[in-house]
Design a protein around this ligand. Structure first.
Ligand code: MN
Ligand code: MG
Length: 629
């Protein structure tokens, strides 16, 4: 008896992406468990998804090596002995992952550490557009790792018969890696355009015998048509012939989802990019992505006849901020990294550097302040290095930072307060509480002044010659207040604020910023500056004048917190004493009242260049000070 019709086979692709060394369900910066992260949780979803169907392939999409203190501990402290397997790779193998690709963050610790990591890889890791030397065309590139792999698998068809398939797995990463890790990769690594590499290598992979080609695309959903060197090439890749499915990532989003509704080439319901089935599974183990394929064996070989993409989450948000776990951790994944997790806990509680003076934000809104200073210094060092060898290398690098923790609605204890001496990794989270990423903008001297004018809208208008006026509007959020380091300026509180709380120009004749100087000279409104800031500000958070689409010259891949952590780690000992680059313009016979946390009392003698004295308790548990202008 022979079967009627073609042979059919169901195959479920299961994907993780951007795990960033999140194995345990643990937030190392907060030093407490978290139900929102961890491959151990995702592995339980993988196990269930595998049990439901006959044939599966479990794939990871890169950015596995860096991204939390476990990754830093392995690279900076413990290192890998030749032949030793990185705990992340052990955990991935325990979760059933069968292949992966290189993401941009695999390069953060340098090529030597990556080589040691790769040497211990328990499954193929492929990348088709990264090379140690470029040839005349992509096929002649000397790739850093194999451009693709053929995974031979015995699957069961729908009639229950064994079918041997060769699954081609090919990898891609953003060519911007060369800019982001320029200082460690210069002359040693080269990148090719993702679509260009795919057009050359996918036919090669087909010719090598692939029955099916899956692209591990460590790149996000972007324009539908190729643009040379594009960072987010997943949609454009969907139009390259010969690719049957795309695992995408890098931007840490969810696909299919409503978030991508209306984007050209993008079907956010069926989960297709230029017609090709695709999935993106968040980050840090938050989700797994599934692509359920139906294959039919025809005269020309195996062909995808239908596809369905979906996501499964390890947790859901309940009422308010509550995170409700959907699964337990998979014990074998926890076991694979048990010792490394314990060592990481010791690491985050141990010093990474030393502070020669205390770091606190009690006076950050009234005087140049150490908690703002250290963030600004780390940002400008990072941006200056990133922009080396670019057209912006000659421009002055300034840095904008603000006191995120400065009382207000957060209450009298909501301040940064780290004593002098040893600084632990977990303290760094206290210095930079938002998960922003480093960004640099190019602006003019005129825009720089407007940036500061918008910031100092924080202050109430002060009447000269009058005593004890309240300085701050308690409703103005301190995250919309930036100090800019690298220039000097005065703030005249007797003038009306040029902007209102929402960032609208409310007093077009008014200017509070006086004597704005760079290197001692008054700033030319037409002069150009680079300002290091964060993605929130550059994208329009607080409606600052830097938020022009064409102002961004660098969207760095790292969080500002990581930039700060590495800065402290590299320096070893940090002197956070502020430069005193800004102050209030003198208003003789005038005083203002300023409420801050009671912890400020212990640091009053560190305040320089300001006439300030304690008044007494203030409403809400704050402590009131008088400043003579
Ligand atoms: Mn990532
Ligand atoms: Mg990435």
């Amino acid at each position: 008896m022979h079967s009627k019709g073609p042979t059919m086979l169901q195959l479920r692709l299961i994907a993780t992406t951007d795990l960033h060394t999140h194995i345990y369900p643990y937030d190392y910066f907060a030093d407490r468990s978290s139900d929102a992260v961890g491959l151990a949780r995702a592995a339980s979803l993988i196990e269930a998804a595998r049990a439901e169907v006959a044939n599966t392939l479990v794939l990871d999409n890169g950015d596995f090596l860096q991204g939390n203190p476990l990754g830093d501990y392995m690279a900076y402290e413990r290192g890998l002995r030749p032949g030793e397997r990185h705990p992340m790779l052990r955990a991935m193998a325990a979760a059933g992952i069968e292949a992966s690709t290189l993401g941009n963050h695999e390069f953060n610790y340098g090529l030597e550490f990556l080589a040691l990591t790769m040497a211990g890889a328990p499954f193929p890791i492929v990348s088709a557009n990264l090379a140690t030397a470029l040839g005349a065309n992509p096929a002649e590139d000397r790739n850093l790792v194999p451009p693709y792999a053929l995974l031979e698998r015995d699957f069961l068809d729908s009639a229950g018969n064994r079918q041997r398939l060769q699954i081609g797995v090919i990898g891609f990463a953003p060519p911007q890696i060369l800019q982001w890790d320029h200082h460690i990769l210069r002359g040693r690594l080269f990148a090719r355009d993702i679509v260009e590499a795919a057009q050359a290598r996918v036919p090669e992979l087909r010719a090598a015998g692939a029955d099916l080609v899956v692209a591990l695309c460590h790149s996000g959903i972007g324009p539908a048509a190729p643009e040379r060197g594009m960072e987010n090439a997943a949609t454009a890749l969907g139009a390259v012939p010969g690719i049957d499915a795309i695992i995408c990532g890098h931007t840490h989003r969810l696909f299919p989802s409503e978030e991508f509704a209306g984007l050209p080439g993008c079907d956010p319901v069926a989960g297709r990019l230029n017609g090709t089935p695709a999935v993106m599974a968040g980050s840090w183990g938050s989700h797994i992505g599934l692509i359920d394929l139906e294959l039919s064996h025809e005269a020309t070989g195996w062909r995808v006849t239908s596809a369905h993409s979906s996501l499964r989450a390890i947790a859901r948000r309940g009422a308010g901020e509550a995170v409700l776990p959907a699964v337990e951790s998979a014990p074998r994944v926890l076991e694979a990294a048990r010792a490394d997790h314990a060592e990481t806990l010791a690491y985050i509680r141990r010093p990474v550097g030393r502070l020669t003076a205390p770091l606190h934000s009690y006076f950050a809104l009234v005087v140049d302040d150490p908690s703002v200073q250290i963030v600004a210094a780390a940002q400008s060092a990072y941006v200056a290095e990133m922009l080396e060898d670019t057209e912006y290398a000659e421009l002055p690098v300034l840095s904008a930072a603000g006191p995120f923790k400065a009382g207000g609605r957060g209450g009298p204890d909501y301040y940064t307060d780290v004593p002098a001496g040893d600084l632990a990794v977990k303290n760094v989270a206290d210095l930079y509480i938002y998960p922003n990423t480093i960004t640099a903008v190019k602006i003019t001297g005129a825009e720089l002044k407007e940036w500061l004018e918008r910031s100092v809208a924080l202050y109430r208008r002060i009447v000269p010659g009058v005593a004890d006026q309240m300085l701050l509007d308690p409703d103005f959020p301190s995250y919309n207040y930036d100090v800019i380091e690298g220039v000097s300026y005065e703030v005249d509180l007797s003038r009306p604020a040029r902007y209102d709380m929402a960032g609208r120009l409310s007093a077009p004749e008014a200017h509070r910023i006086l004597n704005l100087r760079f290197a001692g000279r008054e700033i030319d409104p037409a002069a150009e500056f680079i300002v290091a800031t964060n993605n929130y500000r550059a994208a329009g958070g607080g409606d600052f004048p830097c938020a022009r689409p064409d102002a961004v010259v660098l969207s760095g891949p790292d969080t500002n917190r990581d930039v700060l952590l590495r800065y402290i780690h590299n320096l070893g000992s940090v002197d956070p004493t502020p430069m005193g680059n800004w102050h209030f313009a003198p208003l003789p016979g005038t005083s203002v009242l300023f409420d801050t946390g009671p912890g400020a009392r212990a640091h009053l003698d560190e305040v320089k260049g300001l006439s300030i004295e304690e008044v007494g308790p203030a409403p809400g548990g704050f402590l009131r000070f008088r400043i003579r202008l």
